[in-house]
Design a protein around this ligand. Sequence first.
Ligand code: NDP
Length: 245
Amino acid sequence: MLEYQARKDLLNNKTILVTGAGDGIGRAAALAYAQHGATVILLGKTVKKLEKVYDEIVALGAPKPAIVPLDLKGATEQNYVDMAETIAEQFGQLDGLLHNASQLGALGPFEHIDLASLEEIMKVNVTAQAILTKALLPVMRKATNASIIFTSSGVGRKGRAYWGPYAFSKFATEGMMQVLADECDNTQVRVNSINPGATQTEMRAKAYPAEDPQSLKSPADIMPTYLFLMGDDSINTNGQALNAQ
Ligand code: NDP
């Protein structure tokens, strides 16, 4: 999908929430969406990083974003319900939701899986996304066309030795996408997933410490798929598992 070219005004008048917007692929998606006209809601854990992205968006002359500091690890269902209410009050509707934040956790043999970290990864990568989506669906149904994007991984489509809870969580992400896409079929909400592929970020460096980052695509390089699925060119795409590279 690297060849898709988005119109400059693709996302004009749309409000889009991006999780993990402070760094890596989420930061690049927030910037790309803002550059294409969207008002972006930046959700993330580290406020300083979100503020930096906020400033970058303002410097581009793009619509003023909003910041939601939230750690998906500790967030409660009520936090998401309150956030959905605030979005409904301030923006009236939500046109896009990019589930991007996730945790890698420790990689290693199955016998070394630690219960606490397994539960933490499932909470951040799966449970939080389900409950956040549930809370936001009513405000997304107010949009003429709304897009939900889940972020998968190669190890969420074919299991690989030593990838542990991260891999299970990505299979669950694909499952959640398929269930919700089937429920939303023939409605104005569409639901798809993206496997970014090997991309130059902190998470990738943690998983492959010996790799030369310069040999990888940058987060900005892989934005065509993120733009395609968020904009109205993908109105008829639902339940698809796409590759960004
Ligand atoms: P990074 O680790 O670079 O960025 C992850 C972002 O998620 C950060 O902004 C981080 O915030 C945020 N985040 C992590 N945990 C939480 C939490 N508990 N609550 C709120 N925010 C949180 O990762 P990438 O950009 O590489 O990954 C983005 C997505 O792409 C992930 O879903 C990942 O699994 C997927 N992916 C990436 C690949 C790659 O090669 N890079 C390949 C395949 C899939 P903070 O910085 O504040 O910690």
